[in-house]
Design a protein around this ligand. Structure first.
Ligand code: B1M
Length: 204
């Protein structure tokens, strides 16, 4: 929570060395800390830099735990394909959302910015994604979110993937109008929404 990368590494290495359960380190150490930061961010008690620094520290621990999780057969909560829609080059918010998803234990495929609608569909299929998370910062790029949902419907994929949308100009009403399954106004709520969409709690 203090963003101390070296301390996180030292602690995680220590716990792993003493034979602690990697899932316990993840759930009760790394994710629990990130959840607290998410709550503080939502209440405006900390801001984007603190969230990014905490996420970096969290990732330094996650990198050490990951191989042990794979060995012990622990699966990620779900796979999320994330990207900023066509015509839109804004990625600061999308990157924070991606980091929070990763911090919450999701497997994230970040396909970047200015993503053509068809590419989202290809990735959803290719990655067998549980959630598609689209970001838009421009009123002119928002309609592409609807276009992607129409394409998913056409390809009969709309019932096998949950779609969530966000970004400064996006509203809950807009999300409902285009047929998205979820909307979140900030990165921390995006994690809550993703968990709701997959019906899992922070503790699984
Ligand atoms: Co641009 N820009 N910009 N810009 N830019 C805005 C968005 C704008 C509001 C500024 C303004 O006019 N006041 C305006 C849009 C107006 C509109 O659409 N009505 C605008 C414009 C017009 C433009 C250009 C057209 C300017 C020009 O060239 N004439 C151009 C467009 C380029 C393009 O995309 N094709 C442009 C370019 C740029 C830069 C490249 C210079 C730069 C982007 C750099 C980058 O992202 N790598 C930039 C920036 C930085 C901004 C502002 C200043 C800041 C955006 C930002 O990063 N905010 C922005 C004005 C503003 O918002 N004050 C502006 C911080 C970020 C953490 O917040 O992205 O909202 P945000 O993400 C939040 C939430 O929205 C949410 O969680 C995040 C964290 O809490 N969230 C999600 C985001 N995605 C989510 C997805 C989810 C859930 C939640 O689920 C899937």
């Amino acid at each position: 929570m203090a963003g101390d990368i070296l301390k996180v590494k030292e602690l995680v290495e220590g716990y792993l060395g003493r034979g602690n359960d990697p899932k316990d380190i993840l759930d009760n150490g790394l994710i629990a800390g990130m959840d607290i930061i998410g709550g503080r961010f939502k209440r405006n008690e900390v801001f984007i830099p603190e969230v990014m620094i905490a996420a970096k520290a969290m990732h330094s621990g996650l990198d050490l735990v990951k191989p042990h999780l794979a060995e012990s057969g622990v699966k990620p909560f779900g796979k999320i394909v994330v990207g900023t829609v066509k015509g839109d080059l804004h990625d600061i918010g999308k990157n924070i959302v991606s980091m929070m998803f990763r911090g919450a234990g999701f497997d994230v495929v970040d396909c970047g910015i200015d993503v053509p609608s068809g590419k989202f569909i290809d990735l959803v299929k290719q990655e067998n994604a549980d959630i598609l998370a689209m970001s838009s910062l421009l009123t002119t790029s928002m309609p592409f979110m609807g276009e992607v949902i129409n394409l998913l419907t056409k390809e009969n994929l709309i019932d096998s993937v949950r779609v969530m949308v966000g970004g400064a100009p996006v509203t809950k009403e807009f999300a409902q109008n285009i047929g998205a399954h979820g909307y979140a106004e900030d990165a921390s709520s995006a994690v809550d929404r993703a968990r709701e969409l997959l019906r899992i709690s922070a503790k699984r």
